[in-house]
Design a protein. Structure first.
Length: 273
């Protein structure tokens, strides 16, 4: 496989506002709230509350603590995911549209479905890499579900992530070959942190497979996905931006009420892996 290392960086933006108070909620998806109306919780407040039991830990101990923390969540049905994504991935410049993950295209929220030109629900941790389908749980966890063009979603399929390949038609900056997919630079870190969230959240103790990253491609239907070394590189080179941070806050505040810890603490990627 060819390798094409890019070095780029987007500065971490300062966060503001106070953390929302955790409350008990039902599994019904809340009414849509414009993404641009949400605020990002400051790290200090999260550390004093949400992440308190994880602080000062590393390796397997940190991973176990984070698993316990983020497993406390509200679960959505697969049909509720449609409405949730229209909020979490809303275009900050056009409230009628969502931003598609791989293409970066801004597209009408109403153009969702399965036809050519529509957007649908992309499982960043491919469903077959754990055999969880669209069952409530990993199959409906919006921390790794994103809007994407139907055809580009099909091209990605269940491939692992790695550098290299040929340009993806209709999705500038994306590349693919027989066993891997490379997303555009602006979302490389986003993809990595979604994958690593799934590896911490789903540890095989809730009737689903123990999801783990490895340093391979062509993982097929095994509960593994790769390539870990490349995902770690992407997470470092593409730190969380305001869109990703805002998305994490919306999921926490309005939908699942849990967080992706690697958006709040990118340094925990290296601390665990």
């Amino acid at each position: 496989m060819s390798s094409r290392r890019r070095f780029y960086a987007r500065p971490l933006l300062a966060t503001a506002a106070s953390i929302a108070v955790l409350t008990c909620v039902t599994a019904t998806a809340p009414a849509a709230t414009p993404a641009t109306d949400r605020t990002v919780s400051p790290a200090a407040a999260l550390d004093d509350t949400y992440y308190q039991d994880a602080l000062g830990k590393t390796g397997a101990t940190l991973k176990s603590s984070l698993h316990t923390i983020i497993s406390d969540q509200t679960k959505l049905s697969y049909s509720q995911v449609w409405d949730a994504l229209k909020v979490t991935d809303q275009d900050p410049s056009n409230s009628s549209n969502v931003i598609l993950l791989y293409t970066g295209r801004s597209q009408s929220k109403s153009e969702n479905g399965g036809d050519v030109g529509d957007w649908n629900r992309e499982h960043v941790w491919a469903k077959s890499h754990g055999d969880f389908g669209t069952t409530t749980g990993p199959g409906t966890d919006i921390h790794h579900l994103r809007p994407e063009d139907v055809q580009v979603n099909s091209i990605r399929g269940n491939k692992d992530f790695d550098n290299g390949g040929s340009a993806v038609s209709g999705a500038p900056g994306n590349y693919t070959d027989s066993n891997s997919f490379e997303p555009r630079d602006a979302v490389k870190g986003d993809v990595a942190r979604m994958i690593l969230y799934m590896a911490v959240r789903y540890e095989g103790d809730d009737a689903f497979a123990d999801l783990e990253p490895n340093d391979s491609v062509s993982n097929g239907s095994a509960p593994y996905i790769g390539r870990l070394s490349v995902l770690k590189q992407w997470s470092q080179e593409d730190p969380p931006d305001s869109f990703e941070q805002n998305r994490n806050e919306i999921i926490f505040d309005r939908f699942q009420h849990n967080r992706n810890p690697f958006i709040d603490h990118p340094e925990w990627v290296e601390a665990i892996w």
